[in-house]
Design a protein around this ligand. Structure first.
Ligand code: NOJ
Length: 688
């Protein structure tokens, strides 16, 4: 029976994929990218176990790797399977993002839906569909479990999807299941020397066969559309082979499911250069279209806030003599925001619940009761009078039950004060995120298991009801859901600027050129750039960039909400450099990566969505370098005034971090831009 089906399938495959007689003879189902360079093949072994393989330009890059899931009781769905049918489709469509690093997104892929059925001889064999979408720059693969008599409610105890890489590429990785979520410094090793449990995105660089330093195939493993499932990390099963590892519930089960159900997409991004990974849009294309019909109220913007002073230890979140969130402080920040055109002012520590051990699970937070020295009505209306808005703050301590109980009233309260963005926070560690069980007990979960994945989604949906957008700190990783919920404006999810504060241990000068090619593949990050007082902690050069390097972050680390993170008084002596922060847009028409090597350096140019202006950011690690790039991204024949914010001669992140120079020059697309980057330095340019 299995053989008959398979032969039938092979014949169908030959027809479906046009003239590929060689493939038709090899017992494989093959689907190629629109440009033909990337090819995914699915095979069934003699015992009916599905595997996939991926090749680029005819060379295998992912060797045959297993597919399937293990259900409750160790029952594997993914053995004794036969092919019941295959449908293929070629799609080419373009859609527009309400905000983004690009305005339009092209979704161009070839899809194969491979319908598998268990060959058990039983009357209602279980069915599972493996869907492959092959883009020119990567593979998306997922499981679908259609509604069927033999499978209704089910539990996934393990996922068998494997990634068997050929060769031993260089890998940039952080560990999964660590206490500090995703907030680790990336390590660079050969893949065989990476850890045993890795978060995604996992970025890989293969040696370039032609020896070109910035080229050579780059890949990243990640996932898309994580909507109602556990996040996938990668569990080592061989020197260069990994298997999907789903974050478990406290019950041990990984995913509770009911048909019809589907997994997120497992993605393998593929590029000729590391920059190709940065501009890859597969996760957006694989995520469902917006569930919010009118998105006009979702506005990108720039903000300042009562924030860094707490991280420096000058003010406190808790009540008392150094309380940061006072009415007077807030009004002073609002005046500064109003004077310099910031659309929002964040105030952290305004609400009751911080006193005591807030970071030990947030049981005491009230999201509707301000501290007595913070007059919410007065501050919010003062902000509106001054042409800016309050940005709300809900630190939950990772306590979803406490937050969900208050969410609707808390969002309504903020909406009634004209707040359109709330920063939420989930400071909690490891598998310690409270959940109230059906018996009323408190269980503890991971913040990227299915329970919290669903919590983050509920919070986005409840916020959207009140026309509120979110900036989530300590979030689960990004998987393209900003398309589905465009009110998910930005998130943290890595070591941001705050780790350069006295408590954080510092990020190191290679952190940003690493983040661009690792964490940033997930989507926007609220890194909170713009520290000008780079030695504020009094222990030498604590912020590991130059001042020009801080400006570059506004272009390099994409976020539709960008903070000017320093204290207003630290901007006053450098108003000329501050002008770049005032000018730089947060919503882009297009993005191009001009050069880069993971962990070493990167240059990105982006075109403003609301003008013809371009902006460029470049950053190096601890090594001084020269940026030398053609300006052929500019419109041909147009003259631009380039305002160049660069490191001064002798600048150095450790010894002389504030030394910068601002030049202006007329340029055209025919010119090149050359500038020296100091150790830890950077470059920021506005082309008007
Ligand atoms: C951690 C967040 O990342 C940070 O931005 C915030 O200030 C603190 N939590 C307090 O909520």
């Amino acid at each position: 029976m299995r053989l008959a089906c398979f032969l039938l399938f092979v014949i169908m495959t030959a027809a479906a994929y046009g003239p590929a007689p060689a493939e038709a003879q090899t017992d494989r189902m093959v689907v190629a990218s629109p440009d033909g360079r990337l090819e995914a093949a699915v095979t069934l072994t003699a015992d009916g176990v599905p595997h996939y393989r991926l090749s680029l330009d005819g060379q295998t890059i992912v060797a045959p790797s297993r597919l399937g899931v293990v259900l409750a009781g160790g029952d594997t769905l993914g053995v004794d399977m036969t092919v019941a049918g295959v449908d293929t489709t070629l799609r080419d469509r373009t859609w527009t993002q309400p905000w983004g690093a690009t305005q339009t997104v092209r979704d161009h892929h070839r899809e194969a839906r491979i319908q598998l059925s268990e060959d058990t001889g039983e009357p209602n064999p279980r069915r599972m569909v493996i869907v492959l979408r092959v883009f020119d720059d990567g593979l998306g693969l997922r499981y679908e479990w259609p509604e069927q008599p033999g499978l209704d409610r089910f539990r996934i105890e393990d996922e068998l999807t494997a990634f068997r890489f050929v060769d031993n590429p260089t890998a940039w990785w952080i560990r999964a299941y660590e206490a500090d979520r995703y907030e680790q410094l990336y390590r660079e090793t050969r893949l065989s020397d990476a850890g045993y449990a890795l978060h995604t995105p996992l970025t890989l660089a293969f040696p370039d066969p032609y020896g070109t330093p910035e080229a050579g195939p780059h890949m990243a493993v990640h996932e898309a559309a994580l909507l109602d499932y556990a996040a996938m990390s990668l569990r080592r099963i061989g020197p260069t082979a990994f298997e999907a590892d789903l974050a478990p519930w406290s019950t041990g089960t990984r995913v509770y499911a009911r048909t019809p159900f589907s997994s997120p997409w497992r993605t393998v991004l593929v590029g000729d250069t590391p920059g190709d990974l940065v501009t890859n849009q597969m996760a957006l294309n694989l995520s469902p279209p917006s569930r919010i019909e009118d998105t006009s109220w979702i506005q990108p913007g720039k903000y300042i806030g009562i924030w860094w002073a707490m991280h420096l230890g000058e003010w406190t979140w808790v009540s008392g003599p150094r309380h940061g969130a006072t009415t007077a402080h807030a009004k002073w920040y609002i005046d500064f925001a109003s004077k310099h055109g910031f659309s929002g002012v964040l105030v952290e520590g305004w609400n009751e619940g911080w006193d005591g051990t807030w970071a030990a699970s947030g049981w005491d937070f009230s999201f509707t009761t301000p501290y007595p020295d913070f007059d919410l009505d007065a501050v919010a209306s003062y902000a509106r009078e001054k042409g800016t808005r309050l940005i709300g703050h809900h630190e939950t301590g990772g306590n979803a039950p406490v937050y969900e109980a208050q969410m609707d009233t808390a969002y309504a309260l903020m909406a009634s004060h004209d707040v359109s963005v709330i920063k939420t926070g989930y400071v909690n560690y490891g598998m310690n995120f409270p959940r109230i069980t059906a018996e009323g007990d408190t269980a503890r979960e991971w913040n990227y298991g299915q329970f919290m994945v669903n919590h983050y989604r509920r919070s986005l949906e409840a916020a959207a009801e009140q026309e509120i957008a979110l900036n989530i700190h300590e979030p689960m990783k990004g998987t393209g859901l900003r398309r589905t919920y465009p009110n998910l404006l930005t998130r943290e999810g890595a070591r941001g600027q705050e780790f350069n504060a006295p408590w954080g241990g510092g990020n190191g000068p290679d952190h940003v050129p690493t983040l661009v090619f690792t964490r940033m593949l997930e989507g926007p990050m609220d890194f909170t750039p713009g520290i000008f007082d780079l030695t504020a902690t009094g222990e030498g050069a604590d912020v590991p960039t130059t001042l020009a390097g801080q400006l570059a972050l506004y272009v390099l680390l994409y976020s539709p909400l960008q903070m000017a993170a320093d204290l207003p008084e630290n901007y006053e002596p450098h108003m000329d450099a501050f002008q770049f922060i005032k000018d730089v847009p947060v919503n882009w028409a297009e993005t191009t990566v001009l050069n880069g090597r993971v962990g070493d350096y990167v240059t990105i140019a982006r075109r403003d969505r609301h003008s013809a202006d371009w902006y460029l950011g470049a950053k190096t690690d601890g090594t001084a370098r020269t940026v030398d790039v053609p300006l052929d991204f500019l419109e041909a024949g147009t003259r631009y005034t380039a305002t160049i914010y660069r490191d001064a001669a002798g600048a150095d992140w450790q010894a002389n971090s504030v030394a910068y120079v601002i030049d202006t020059r007329e340029v055209t697309a025919a010119d090149r831009l050359t500038a020296d980057l100091a150790p830890g330095g950077g470059l920021a340019v506005r082309f008007e």
